[in-house]
Design a protein around this ligand. Structure first.
Ligand code: DX5
Ligand code: ZN
Length: 249
């Protein structure tokens, strides 16, 4: 099985998003939600934070050869989260050597001024945290005006229901299964009911889960409705990245 089997009661709402074998679903840039009728394909988005930064070209090759579709890019400002990672120049540099869909995760206090620089640097989906206190609708509109897909990420303590007014405007919701700020943390299963709620509320949304994902926690998240799995340590820390990626589907 390569994806999430539709459950009784959800089938009707999901069927319109299922494709014929190998068929891409219109309007879903990045090749997501493709696959056999009755199945969601799982998109794997390895988180660069766990890569060997001294060998980025080799690390990118490893996950691309291993079958990853997306690359998750964690941008941290030391204000919204107690850590600093990397920024625009790194995204711009690796854009030159990667064909993957760039899944940008902004963990920053003030996203608005940085949307255009990151869009120009090559981001494809731009996700931000509404908990930063920004005007979320305005940020989503600004991302769309740049021609990019818009996502929101929510911390473990943020209820999924708080996103209800935004769902119709979004291409992606990312449920955090760890506190944002660091890789290598333990999976928090409070994300699972949120994923179930979000999948019911927005059947065609890309639903991503981020933090502590491995073969076992990934399976739980797929069963709860996630179709995008972000995995840092599990994929980049593996000797055989292709096998790790396969085990997540
Ligand atoms: C945490 C980041 C995650 C992290 C995931 O703040 O948003 O994307 O890199 O790393 P693992 O898979 O190691 O938990
Ligand atoms: Zn992330």
């Amino acid at each position: 099985m390569t994806g999430l089997r539709s459950r009784p009661g959800c089938e009707g709402s999901r069927t319109e998003h299922f494709g014929r074998p190998g068929e891409a679903i219109p309007g879903k840039a990045g090749g997501l939600l493709t696959g056999r009728k009755g199945f969601f394909m799982t998109t794997i988005s390895p988180s660069l934070l766990a890569a060997d930064f001294s060998r980025l070209d080799r690390e990118l090759q490893r996950i691309t050869d291993g079958g990853a579709e997306w690359l998750h890019l964690d941008v941290m400002d030391g204000v919204f989260v107690p850590n600093i990672s990397f920024g625009i120049p790194v995204v711009k540099s690796i854009r030159k050597c990667s064909p993957l869909h760039f899944d940008l995760h902004l963990m920053i206090q003030d996203p608005m001024p940085y949307l255009k620089p990151f869009a120009d640097a090559g981001a494809d989906t731009i996700s931000f945290h509404p908990e930063c206190g920004c005007d979320a609708e305005a940020v989503i509109d600004a991302i769309h005006a740049l021609g990019k897909r818009a996502g929101v990420a929510i911390c473990p303590s943020t209820p999924a229901e708080s996103l209800q007014p935004l769902l119709h405007k979004l291409e992606l919701v990312m449920a955090m299964s760890v506190e944002p700020g660091f890789g290598g943390q333990k999976f928090m299963d409070c994300c699972l009911p949120k994923l179930r709620w979000l999948r019911e509320a927005a059947p065609s949304l890309d639903l991503s889960v981020d933090g502590g994902i491995n073969a076992e926690t990934g399976r739980l998240c797929r069963e709860a409705g996630a179709n995008v799995l972000v995995a840092g340590s599990y994929v980049f820390g593996a000797e055989d990245a292709a096998a790790a990626i396969r085990s997540l589907r």
